[in-house]
Design a binder for this molecule. Structure first.
Ligand SMILES: Cc1cc2nc3c(=O)[nH]c(=O)nc-3n(C[C@H](O)[C@H](O)[C@H](O)COP(=O)(O)OP(=O)(O)OC[C@H]3O[C@@H](n4cnc5c(N)ncnc54)[C@H](O)[C@@H]3O)c2cc1C
Length: 397
């Protein structure tokens, strides 16, 4: 019998890991809107120290040993035909990337099993635009430059992306005035309370002004700049999440101005416009069974931020790629599938790697500090690159 053909759509954080986990079990085809792996992780580090971020979070697909036998297709999936079992793909070419216009060639990729790993759009740092390397360069360097040029930076949001941005910007540029605004009494509402206690102390030590009880007004019609309120009801414009507009508060405080406002309010939209509507829940996320199989389709699976596994959609950071690979093998061999068990609380790093090291929080809120050299060499080079990714070649080869 010929090897099954598994098509993984979206080669971001979970798609790459899923393709690697499946390497011995089928002919793997990866479809990717980006020309290389561009992680969605560690926004703060990416904004403040893009060269350090790039070293670990932007990696040519050819450097992953586990992808050696996969075929990588640079293009955007535009449709899934479950009757014919094909994914339609608009291929990248010089004329059509980054919305530059021109007719792109299209192709069809047949599958025995397809994995949806197209993630979510999340402001200026996670989006599904078909890009070449120059487009990715600009995505990384322009926001960094804009913050570098600012004297005052306001960050709106109470999750890990907002907090890591505040910490990393304050550490990288101690002379800037950095303020963090979030709605509740404390930030990180989905983490154990102990996590916020420790993170707050760290942010205060870095000189970040903390402003609890601030809920930003999200008004329609004004896209930011020129003194009006920024519009965050419509995510069409990537600049929506990096503005210089005055911010108004529904919680009664006087409006706030800053040279740059980083919006990290967790308003995500799933990259699922290419999928049949019946596969999606009312917010557009992929409706999956506990096995990560798409309801009603035995040969379609979903994993990562796009998959409606649990309210926090946690499968990316909780080894969902291993379960999906295991269940695809079980499906192909006619064995029973296993269920995904989401943790009740968020865990992981919050502030990202700072100069004195990295703190990783466990679900019960304990912080484990990894000193800087160890976090670089042991965590990134050894554990992430060699164990989790199954081997990443060094850049100079
Ligand atoms: C090992 C690991 C550790 C993590 N640690 C943490 C942590 O400590 N703290 C924390 O908060 N989070 C952590 N996370 C979670 C992480 O922040 C996000 O959940 C993760 O980036 C989501 O991955 P994803 O693959 O679903 O989406 P993405 O990484 O965004 O990938 C989606 C990809 O699909 C592409 N795409 C979209 N549409 C199409 C299309 N139509 N055709 C082709 N391509 C398309 C996109 O361009 C993108 O490249 C971790 C995740 C992993 C894997």
């Amino acid at each position: 019998m010929s090897r099954p053909r598994v098509v993984v759509v979206g080669l971001g954080d979970t798609g790459v890991l899923t393709a690697i986990a499946l390497r011995r079990h089928g002919d793997v085809v990866g479809i990717t809107a980006k020309p290389e792996f561009v992680s969605g992780q560690e926004l703060g580090l990416r904004l403040a120290r893009p060269e350090a971020w790039t070293r670990d979070y932007r990696i040519g697909y050819e450097r992953f040993r586990g992808l050696d036998h996969a075929r990588i297709v640079h293009g955007s999936a535009t449709a899934l035909d479950t009757e014919k079992r094909i994914v339609r793909v608009r291929l990248a070419d010089g004329a059509a990337v980054d919305g530059a216009g021109g007719e792109s060639p299209v192709t069809e990729e047949p599958y025995d099993v397809v994995v949806v790993a197209t993630g979510v759009t999340n402001g200026f740092w996670r989006h599904p635009t078909l890009q070449d390397s120059r487009g990715v360069d600009a995505d990384i360097s322009l926001p960094h430059q804009r913050i570098a040029d600012a004297e005052t930076v306001a960050i709106i949001g109470g999750g890990a992306a907002a907090l890591s941005s505040a910490a990393q910007v304050a550490e990288r540029w101690p002379d800037k005035i950095v303020d963090l605004y979030f709605p509740g009494d404390r930030a990180l509402p989905h983490h154990h309370a102990r996590v916020w206690d420790r993170v707050r102390t760290r942010l205060e030590a870095l000189g970040v002004g903390l402003h609890p009880g601030h809920r930003a007004a999200l008004t329609a019609g004004d896209g930011g700049g020129g003194g009006g309120n920024a519009n965050h009801d419509d995510l069409d414009d990537d600049d929506e999440h990096l503005t210089s507009a005055t911010v108004s508060w529904t919680t009664g405080q006087a409006p706030t101005t800053a040279d740059v406002v980083i919006w990290a309010i967790g308003r995500v939209s799933p990259n699922t416009g290419w999928l049949p509507a019946e596969m999606l829940d009312d917010r557009g996320f992929v409706r999956v069974e506990p096995t990560l199989r798409v309801s009603g389709h035995s040969d379609v699976f979903a994993v990562g931020d796009v998959a409606a596994t649990d309210p926090l959609r946690t499968s990316a950071r909780n080894r969902g790629h291993l379960l999906v690979a295991r269940n695809i093998r079980a499906h192909l061999e006619g064995r029973p599938l296993r269920d995904y068990r989401p943790p009740r609380r968020r865990w992981g790093s919050v502030l990202g790697p700072l100069r004195d090291g990295l703190i990783v929080f466990t679900p019960p809120g304990r912080g484990v500090r990894v000193p800087a050299p160890a976090s670089d060499v042991v965590l990134q080079r050894l554990i992430t690159h060699q164990v989790i990714y199954g081997g990443v070649r060094s850049q100079r080869r």
